[in-house]
Design a protein around this ligand. Structure first.
Ligand code: FES
Ligand SMILES: [Fe+2]
Length: 349
């Protein structure tokens, strides 16, 4: 459980613990964030409670317990915790309430937002901002769905992968983008909590699917955005938002080299929406599995080289900026915070 102690300021955020629909009435749900086992459970009013998944008595996992009268009952000896985490009943003490004072399980603030359950991991601190707003585009013509994927790699490498364009012509060759030696001018900006990339190209080589995404060959706007500490958003918008798709991810660090990612796919393909709703889920699953593979082998290799060296080209500017922000937070905010900066560059895909 060292991860939470060594993460500097990275825990001072909301992390997605589950899709809202995963949490069932009367069934505690177990998950892990920063190596901390958590149990989530639902009260009768629909609100959700999160505890450290450990009974204060003999450390049995509360996630195996029962929900009774808006309390969580440990499966081992029945110690009973109210939503604030206070132990309110110890069956072996009969009705002697005075004997059960001051036994409290650690609880965490929970928010339900954008079909996800978010847990504030700041422990001793109160939430000072809202969870990342997943761009569910609630406008006519847009549809969306979530995917949940486990990766054997850390959050930094994953958010970089989700924003990385040059890998697409290798890892997703023939599936997402084909290699055409297309010049891509870009602007990369680092603010104090984000990295924003705009690509200045009117069209792209998303060859395999141009008939679906952009049959009229409308001008394209492509932007990639990273928001501290673990969120990405990739937009492809055609014309005046006549069509488009937006892929957003929030990464939950489970263990140092294991991350659960919630990916929101939002799309607007006009008349093609019904067809897209059939074909996009298996297609996006295939593309994500290709990233699962490359992240797995990179992750394994990084373990063989504990002090890796990274060489960079202008196409890697966003990697460098993301690492500077995350490393600063991971250090606990030591030294000067990375400056806001804006740079133009170009690469070829
Ligand atoms: S371990 Fe939970 S009640 Fe004993
Ligand atoms: Fe990818």
């Amino acid at each position: 459980m060292d991860m939470i102690e060594q993460c500097g300021l990275l825990n001072q955020h909301w992390y997605a613990a589950a899709l809202t629909k995963e949490l069932k009435v009367n069934k505690p749900f177990s998950c892990m964030i920063f190596e901390l086992p958590l149990v989530l459970w639902k009260r009768s009013d629909g609100s959700v409670v999160a505890f450290l998944d450990r009974c204060t008595h003999r450390n049995a996992p509360l996630s195996y317990g029962k929900i009774q009268n808006d309390c969580l009952v440990c499966p081992y000896h029945g110690w009973t915790y109210n939503p604030a985490g206070e132990c309110v009943q110890i069956p072996s003490e009969g009705n002697h309430k005075e004997r059960i004072m001051n036994r409290q399980v650690e609880s965490f603030p929970v928010r339900q937002q954008d079909d996800l359950l978010w847990v504030w991991m700041g422990r001793q601190t109160e939430p000072d901002h809202d969870p990342f707003s997943m761009p569910i585009i609630r406008k006519p013509g847009w549809r969306y769905y979530y995917m949940q994927t486990d990766f054997n790699n850390n959050v930094t490498n994953l958010v970089e992968n989700f924003m990385d364009v040059p890998h697409t012509v290798f890892v997703h060759k023939g599936w997402f983008r084909d290699k055409k030696q297309l010049r891509v001018p870009m602007t990369v900006e680092r603010t104090d909590n984000s990295v924003l990339v705009s690509y200045h190209q009117k069209s792209d080589s998303i060859g395999a699917f141009n008939w679906l995404v952009n049959p009229k060959k409308l001008p394209m706007i492509h932007t990639d955005k990273f928001y501290m500490p673990n969120n990405t958003r990739v937009d492809y918008i055609f014309g005046e938002e006549e069509r488009g798709f937006v892929i957003s991810s929030t990464c939950t660090p489970v263990k140092p080299d294991f991350t659960r990612v919630y990916t929101l796919i939002a799309y607007k393909f006009g008349m093609m929406n019904p067809l897209a709703s059939l074909f996009l889920p298996p297609y996006t699953r295939k593309v994500i599995e290709q990233d699962v593979w490359i992240m797995d082998i990179q992750g394994q290799n990084l373990k063989k080289f504990p002090t890796p060296e990274f060489k960079s080209t202008p196409a890697d500017t966003l990697h460098v900026y993301i690492e500077s922000l995350r490393n600063w937070a991971a250090s606990g905010g030591e030294g000067p915070k990375p400056n806001p900066i804006k740079k133009d560059g170009e690469f070829w895909i």
